[in-house]
Design a protein around this ligand. Structure first.
Ligand SMILES: Nc1ccn([C@@H]2O[C@H](COP(=O)(O)O)[C@@H](O)[C@H]2O)c(=O)n1
Ligand code: MG
Length: 289
């Protein structure tokens, strides 16, 4: 049906079911579709030329906006908590408070650095952040077909927006739910706004933002893209869901996480740094029946 589903990076536990979901969404038409995507390591690359690419947080952590002392403390947090984030042997309930601890400590450190709002643009421009190959087609195609794209990220909204703005793909159909910085009257970071979004509370985030889903209540079909098992709840706020196709990028610790990913996501893309498969599916979903 979609030749790209035979690519070597594609794993599916139930290809027949995938075909049925895709056919049902295509039949309903693009007016019923919405796309909900994670950002870091889903729309952005995990690695390039064997080197890890930065998350929104890392863009700041590695920038000249952060002191050497701040950098080493942020790095230590990353080395402590990231292995916990991706550990599939620990239950989510056990990981949740630790993730709150990580995000809270990191945000406190960022606030202590007195980051200036007007320097964020430069920090992003000078960073190694990279959207996945084929991103332009992905964003442009959704825009052309008036399909809303919600980017639901536990990263930093201000940084995320700057990445997609600089890439020229922050189209009007794109909405972002994320952690946003709060600046004082001098443009200095003083806090983060609203409820913290971390990797394992994206469901709560969805409920807090029911206004977004209210506006899209005629769009009962969802294409969900993520890279974490925590991304699977991003569509929980969608009204009267009819069909959902979940695509998961498995970037890291492939062998030990494979079975969890294949059980949770309809399509798993293993060490695939491109948008080739999501783009092929989108093309099919928006083509005439
Ligand atoms: N201090 C931190 C906290 C989190 N991260 C990474 O950010 C990712 C979350 O963003 P999503 O767009 O994927 O929701 C997550 O994978 C964390 O590893 C970080 O780098 N630094
Ligand atoms: Mg992610």
């Amino acid at each position: 049906m979609i030749p790209e589903l035979s690519n070597p990076s594609v794993c599916m536990s139930d290809p027949q079911r995938v075909e049925e979901i895709i056919e049902a969404i295509q039949k309903a038409g693009p007016n019923t579709l919405q796309v909900i995507s994670d950002f870091d390591m889903t729309l952005t690359r995990f690695a390039y030329n064997g080197k890890r690419c930065p998350t929104c947080h890392n863009i700041l952590d590695n920038s000249k906006l952060i002191s050497e002392e701040g950098k080493s403390q942020l790095k230590e947090l990353l080395h402590t908590y990231y292995p916990i984030e991706i550990d599939t042997n620990r239950p989510v309930e056990e990981k949740q408070p630790l993730m709150v601890e990580w995000w809270t400590k990191a945000h406190e450190l960022l606030v202590q650095e007195h980051i200036k709002k007007d320097l964020l643009q430069e920090a992003v421009r000078e960073s190694d952040a990279m959207l996945r190959e084929g991103y332009q087609l992905f964003f442009d195609h959704l825009q052309e077909h008036s399909v809303p794209l919600l980017i639901f990220s536990a990263g930093i909204g201000d940084v995320l927006e700057e990445v997609i703005r600089q890439a020229g793909v922050f189209h009007p159909n794109v909405n972002v739910i994320s952690n946003y910085m709060d600046f004082d009257e001098t443009g200095t970071l003083k806090a983060f706004k609203g409820e913290l979004i971390h990797i394992y509370n994206k469901r709560e985030g969805a409920l807090l933002n029911t206004g977004h889903f209210q506006e899209l209540k005629s769009r009962h079909n969802v294409l969900l893209l993520g890279d974490s098992l925590g991304d699977l709840t991003m569509a929980d706020g969608v009204h009267s869901m009819e069909n959902i196709l979940k695509i998961g990028f498995l970037n890291d610790k492939v062998e030990e996480r494979m079975s969890c990913y294949v059980n949770a996501y309809d399509i798993v893309l293993v060490k695939d740094e491109t948008m080739v498969v999501p783009n092929a599916i989108l093309h099919h979903l928006t083509s005439a029946k």
